[in-house]
Design a protein around this ligand. Structure first.
Ligand SMILES: *Cc1c(COP(=O)(O)O)cnc(C)c1O
Length: 425
């Protein structure tokens, strides 16, 4: 039995193995506090965090703007339910509509809930248009390698079979289109389609942005029938790429977007934003959530947005990200084990030449006190807090450089590269 919160990692591992539904494979690290861009473990070791809790802790740890907002709001009100007004909702909605260019907001508690709201809105909107004499069907077009969350609708639009198949039948009427394939998208599109679902930059799929041509084609197809363009910005949004939403790099507006991960810097929240036209499809009682948009989450999200503006973190993300990517490209030029470097502000992927190597590099980085993770098997993913500096980047680059050198197969004197697995795989 665990009797206090001072339990060691070993006790917790034993207890969790027995008590928890086994949905996660955790790394053997126990964090007890954090400060800035560092996490501290039970033994007092500090880790440079280049993952920020999968893109959530955008302002790092123990940020006074967040701790103050939590302290102040928690002494006033935590929750009222959506049966009543509170002061945070409209304040947050004003900011969210301003930064996204959309008209209306639905607040919820996580990414997948925001995406569910988007899917339900698209179906309801198609029904509304049909009733107005513009018949639209119920089909969603989603992309290969997409990730939109784990609930039945979100997972139905998520490409990976492993996430969908054990739970079949998931929501019907989803067709997957090859990533960034304009002619396949056009061929799959018809009046049967209620929405096209796209992550502007795929996160779990390996840090892949759609092309300008593809996004423009999706926009034009939706415009031709009244179907909705849904852009999932849960990972790429809130300034990570140097703009509030990644679609703003393209100059293309969606009908619906979803935000979550960093929106309240670690307090659970999600938001579905849409145009006035799309919002017509929801009327009171059709959709809702008990906790959604509660006073605490709203107060913290407001504080986070104001701090991003006040400290001009969008520009900073763009320039730190550019520096990070240029240093990674230097590494790529020297290490053949790096296949590709893809970066958009502080959303960065480094594709390596095998999953075994990617695992080994991650473990090596962790040993050196640097946290990141792996996505799409072979891609090292960096989603650092918005507060990292060039010094932090240099530290990560130095560690990566050393590890890649260690894992590079030795060359015989004639210059041939020996075949074989990376060592320590
Ligand atoms: C993380 C993520 C989600 C799901 O968010 P949860 O809060 O885990 O439900 C959906 N879409 C994208 C693009 C994500 O990165």
């Amino acid at each position: 039995m665990i009797s206090n919160l001072e339990s060691s990692l070993k006790d917790l591992q034993t207890a969790e193995a027995k008590l928890l539904v086994q949905t996660y494979e955790r790394n053997p690290l126990l964090f007890v506090s954090g400060e800035g861009v560092y996490l501290r473990d039970e033994d007092g070791n500090d880790y440079l965090d280049l993952l920020s809790g999968i893109g959530v802790c955008a302002l790092g740890y123990n940020h006074p703007v967040i701790t103050n907002a939590i302290a102040e709001q928690s002494q006033k009100l935590l929750h009222t339910s959506n049966l009543f007004f509170h002061q945070g909702t409209a304040e947050l909605a004003m900011r969210l509509t301003e930064i996204t260019g959309l008209d209306r907001v639905f607040l919820c508690n996580s990414g997948t809930e925001a995406w569910e709201a988007a899917l339900k809105l698209a179906r309801a909107h198609a029904g509304l248009l049909s009733s107005e004499g513009k018949p639209l069907g119920t089909k969603f077009l989603a992309l290969e390698h997409s990730f939109h969350g784990r609930t039945m609708g979100s997972v139905a639009t998520t490409h990976k079979l492993k996430y969908r198949e054990p739970f079949a039948p998931v929501m019907p009427d989803v067709e997957f289109v090859p990533f960034d394939d304009v002619s396949a998208l056009k061929a799959a599109f018809s009046n049967d389609v209620c929405a096209i679902a796209i992550e502007t930059i795929q996160g779990e799929g390996g840090i892949n942005p759609v092309s300008q041509e593809f996004l423009a084609a999706a926009r034009a197809l939706c415009d031709s029938t009244g179907a909705l363009l849904l852009l999932d910005e849960i990972q790429s949004g809130m300034g990570r790429t140097g703009k509030w939403c990644a679609y703003q790099h393209y100059g293309i507006q969606p009908d619906v977007t979803t935000l979550a991960k960093p929106l309240a810097g670690g307090i659970p929240i999600g938001a579905m934003l849409c145009t006035e036209e799309a919002a017509r499809a929801f009327t009171p009682g059709m959709h809702g959530t008990t906790f959604g948009g509660n006073p605490l989450a709203c107060a913290v999200a407001i504080a986070v947005i104001d701090e991003i503006k006040h400290s001009m973190l969008l520009d900073r993300n763009a320039s730190t990200g550019e520096y990070f990517v240029s240093r990674l490209r230097d590494l790529q030029a020297r290490h053949s084990l790096i296949v590709d470097v893809r970066g958009f502000g502080l959303m960065i992927g480094v594709e390596l030449d095998s999953d075994i190597l990617a695992k080994a590099i991650l473990a090596g980085m962790m040993n050196q006190g640097i946290l990141l993770n792996r996505t799409h098997e072979t891609v090292l993913r960096f989603l650092p807090p918005f507060l990292i500096t060039r010094d932090h980047v240099d530290q990560a680059i130095g560690a990566l450089d050393e590890l890649l050198a260690i894992h590079t197969p030795a060359k015989p004197s004639d210059g041939r590269v020996l075949a074989g697995e990376p060592i320590n795989g």
